[in-house]
Design a protein around this ligand. Sequence first.
Ligand SMILES: NC(=O)c1ccc[n+]([C@@H]2O[C@H](COP(=O)([O-])OP(=O)(O)OC[C@H]3O[C@@H](n4cnc5c(N)ncnc54)[C@H](OP(=O)(O)O)[C@@H]3O)[C@@H](O)[C@H]2O)c1
Length: 312
Amino acid sequence: MRVITQLSTGGPEVLELGQAEVPEPLPTEIRVRVAAAGVNPVDWKTRAGGGMAAVLGPPPFTIGWDVAGTVDAVGTGVTRFSVGDAVFGMPWFPRQAGAYAEFVTAPSRHFACRPAGLTEVQAAGLPLAGLTAWQCLVDIAAVQPGQRVLVHAAAGGVGHLAVQIAKARGAHVIGTASSGKHDLLHDLGVDEAVDYRAERFEQVVDPVDVVLDLIGGEVAVRSLDVLHPDGRMICLPSAAAADAIAAAAERGLRATGMLVEPDGDGLDELARLVDDRRLRVLVAETFPLERAALAHRAGELGHTTGKLVLTV
Ligand SMILES: NC(=O)c1ccc[n+]([C@@H]2O[C@H](COP(=O)([O-])OP(=O)(O)OC[C@H]3O[C@@H](n4cnc5c(N)ncnc54)[C@H](OP(=O)(O)O)[C@@H]3O)[C@@H](O)[C@H]2O)c1
């Protein structure tokens, strides 16, 4: 099968098209013929030697965790899927999933049925970013109707899904993005859009119950100024979370880091929101598998609207 590999960590140019054996599913696993693979910041961080590179071990390895495709074989014991089913998932994270490839094998419970309302390309953009938003807003923060939720980078991969999930929970949502993206934010349901380039959000936003920090650094620390004393901030860029969590503790505020986990039930919840027309996935751009390096160059600029997806 065709696969993107890298023999060393480094810039986008280390991503090479290679060949590998088609993997066989073990008991409880399915093999998925990958139609599309989502691209996430953890992909380019790992490619460069950060992110989950320490988990994967020394290269060669194949990055990528977001998969949409068709079940191609099932291991013994699998009852949830049959050959031919359309599925999507974020298998194995943070271990190697090898999603930048034509086939992936993984436990069946790392997948869910692809909702009819999403194309394969859209579905490939949903798992990692959508599960992150779901696990933060629902599992950790348990957002309630009427609560105020501040989403930083609200037009990005995680942000645009988080906005819609928070709205589906009945929250009042404040989102930050550059002004050119504010029409989109309102379209997604944002109640208050803040142009982070023109104003300091902490000067214009009233106290919030939940901050979803997708930026880190000083944005995370400044977010404490708008956090209600009983509120909670969730810091997602892992490398930057420790400082913000310590700053929160000094002020008697709650801040936590988190790392998204494979979660078939969470995928089912996301699919249900799609079916109910309360969640859509925006795809900014697609790239053929062999152009993975170009996708990384685009993503690393840091201004993607929605998701980048590789077509396999
Ligand atoms: N811990 C976990 O499990 C986990 C899971 C998922 C993601 N993450 C991390 O969360 C971060 C975001 O991920 P993502 O997939 O959403 O990234 P992304 O799609 O690449 O984010 C791009 C967005 O960031 C916005 N942005 C850039 N600087 C901003 C600022 N100062 N204020 C507000 N918005 C800004 C851009 O909007 P403009 O064009 O308007 O600037 C753009 O729309 C990454 O660091 C990622 O690694 C962690």
